[in-house]
Write a protein that binds this ligand. Structure first.
Ligand code: ZN
Ligand code: ZN
Length: 221
């Protein structure tokens, strides 16, 4: 029998091959963070990158909202699809009912964690390949929207900015902070964390083209 998700691996048992099982688990782990990252694409003035050329650009006229991003973020989007699958697994296993309560952020994380915890069942389940396919499609839909193939100047920067952490001797770190969506953003040099709520502040303090001079001024202040 062939794995019906990747259609390449031969199965000795179950419905998902080990690669597809691992991939599905990885997608489930990524989705809550991806869901959260979509918020940036709903914030007027941020889309397209705030600081090309090292200059902070203030929010301008609100940009039209991306309908697909709204759909993915809404209750029926990533959240609802994961919750429907959670309920299907729960039904199939006769497990206690789970209510859809709390914030969407909580519900996404809860449903994704629930399914991740059932991955061994899912790999043997007749509906496992369909679950794996839908979870992969969600990840692909988010990726299409958070990293669209736009001209260079319109694309979101691949790095968030320069690290503004100051060490005990007053020296600014200044390392480039890569923009990643699948794990917490952190300066790879000094390990200063940059959760999404700090990004605007980080952009505001970007030294930009006069990085060295400004860093000197700030360090001296
Ligand atoms: Zn497979
Ligand atoms: Zn740093």
């Amino acid at each position: 029998m062939i794995c019906t998700l990747c259609k390449t691996s031969t199965l000795r048992y179950g419905t998902l091959c080990s690669t597809c099982t691992t991939d599905t688990l990885a997608h489930l782990h990524r989705l809550p963070r991806m869901w959260a990252a979509l918020e940036d694409w709903l914030t007027p003035g941020v889309k397209g990158g705030a600081q090309y050329g090292g200059r902070v650009r203030q929010a301008e006229a609100p940009l039209p909202l991306d309908a697909e991003v709204l759909t993915l973020r809404a209750a029926g989007g990533i959240t609802g699809i994961l919750e429907d699958w959670r309920d299907a697994v729960r039904d199939a296993r006769d497990l206690p009912e789970e209510e859809r309560i709390g914030s969407l952020a909580h519900r996404v994380a809860f449903a994704a964690n629930y399914l991740a915890g059932q991955i061994h069942f899912i790999a043997l389940w007749e509906q496992g390949p369909q679950l794996g396919r839908e979870v992969r499609q969600l990840v692909e839909r988010v990726e299409r929207h958070v990293q669209p193939a736009l001209p260079e100047e319109k694309r979101r920067p691949e790095f968030l900015g320069h690290c503004i952490a100051v060490d005990p001797s007053g020296v600014i770190c200044g390392a480039r902070i890569p923009l990643v969506l699948d794990r917490p953003v952190q300066c790879e040099w000094c390990l200063c964390p940059y959760p999404p709520e700090t990004w605007l502040q980080l952009r505001f303090f970007q030294p930009g083209l006069t990085h060295v001079d400004t860093a000197g001024d700030l360090a001296a202040a």
